[in-house]
Write a protein that binds this ligand. Structure first.
Ligand code: ZN
Length: 416
């Protein structure tokens, strides 16, 4: 079912609905405005209908983590029509998914700039129908919208379209659309670092209005506990059993979970085990996480949770297997770092009041920072992400695209 806006755009651009790239056919657009003029012109450079159309097309293509093929193909086709070569890496094969990370390099002048957004979405994402009303894009209510992170992708596509069709100055751009960000940052983690030369950049993957610059994000450890009890008939000989669920419950009850302080959180998110109500359960598996903006606090919390589970299992006579895996590292960008400084200047020149904020979530920016690419995560206006109430303002979509065009101009202008 088409929204009113989508129908209008399709009528207006019947020949090429994909990405609304019909603007590309217009003649006489090769202008080279001076850098100083871009501020005044940037508002009119962004084509709201084209951007919205692009976003809706992306949102309505299902792309669960590991199943990004359709979106990757849509992007490859659209970027190809912009005259850009797209490289797809082998992260899909290595992760068991059906698409790899997409990498696009656009020659320019100055220091290379990385821009990244992820192609996958959380569920429910089957049959997304985007609806536009009163300047807000929502799903039909039975799925997520997928603005996390297709709003970021759409803004990057709009920026590329504007830079190319208006022949505007920009630095060498390294665009990465990752797979499998949700649930583990696997795509970014599998991306070959040799494909990137940029030393700074941005992921477009944070809540918060345009103008939000996430400069700090936590590290995360994954904890997996397997509690080993002993099976017995629950009615005939319970005294011969060791109840793994009971031991696990004691361990979890002894843990401090939730928000522990400003920097640190902890969670047990999955528990599974047992076979039947008349069998003393012999195995329970628990999965959880710890996060902190301060690595030593995360390490301490992980140790306390492990000790709580060890003590409970010992008290119950149960065995315990434990795995602790560092999923990603924290980052903390200084206000004078290149990505923060460039974004601050660009946003202020657009009349925004930027905000430097910490986040409790991980993103591909954690991976890039861990590899020496100073990478801030920008707020793109997505709201209530990971729920079926997810939505985004059209005006925020437009504002993010404006910010990107301004950042490109700023970066090409030799700002250091
Ligand atoms: Zn995201």
């Amino acid at each position: 079912m088409f929204s009113a806006v989508k129908t209008a755009v399709n009528l207006w651009c019947p020949a090429r609905p994909l990405f609304g790239f019909c603007f590309f056919d217009r003649a006489g657009l090769s202008v080279r405005p001076f850098l100083g003029r871009i501020n005044r012109e940037v508002s009119s450079l962004i084509d709201e209908n084209r951007l919205l159309q692009c976003f809706i097309e992306l949102a309505e293509v299902e792309s669960p983590s590991g199943g990004e093929r359709q979106v990757a193909d849509l992007l490859r086709a659209g970027l190809g029509r912009l005259g850009l070569a797209v490289r797809e890496d082998d992260a899909g094969r290595r992760s068991g998914g059906n698409a790899g990370n997409l990498v696009v390099r656009v020659p320019g002048r100055g220091e290379p700039l990385l821009l990244c957004a992820h192609m996958d979405t959380v569920g429910p994402c089957h049959g997304v129908r985007a609806r536009v009303a009163d300047g807000v894009v929502r799903s039909a209510g039975d799925t997520v919208l997928g603005g996390d992170d297709k709003a970021g992708i759409a803004a990057i596509i709009e920026m590329l379209t504007v830079l190319i069709e208006k022949d505007l100055p920009h630095p060498p751009l390294e665009i990465v659309f990752t797979i499998w960000e949700e649930g583990g940052l696997r795509g970014a983690d599998l991306l070959d670092p040799a494909l990137l030369t940029a030393r700074y950049g941005y992921t477009l993957d944070s809540e918060g209005p345009p103008g939000t610059i996430v400069t700090r994000a936590p590290s995360q450890e994954k904890l997996v506990f397997t509690v080993k009890g002993r099976a017995a008939h629950a009615g005939v000989s319970p005294e011969e059993g060791i109840n793994a669920i009971h031991a696990a419950a004691r361990g979890v009850a002894a843990m401090q979970l939730g928000r522990l302080d400003f920097d640190t959180t902890a969670n047990i998110g999955i528990i599974s085990g047992g076979q039947a109500i008349n069998i003393v359960p012999d195995t329970v598996r628990l999965e959880g996480e710890t996060r902190s903006l301060a690595g030593e606090k995360r390490e301490r919390q992980t140790r306390l949770m492990v000790e709580a589970m060890e003590a409970a299992c010992a008290a119950c006579g149960a065995g315990l297997e434990k795995e602790v895996t560092l999923m990603f590292r924290d980052f903390n960008l200084a206000p004078e770092s290149r990505p923060v400084r460039t974004a601050l200047t660009a946003m202020r020149e657009l009349g925004l009041t930027p905000a430097l904020l910490p986040s409790g979530g991980g993103s591909d920016a954690n991976i890039f920072n861990g590899r020496g690419i100073a990478c801030a995560n920008l707020g793109i206006g997505m709201r209530k992400v990971h729920t079926t109430e997810e939505h985004i303002l059209v005006s925020d979509l437009v504002q993010v695209a404006r910010i990107l065009v301004r950042i490109a101009a700023q970066a090409a202008g030799g700002d250091r």
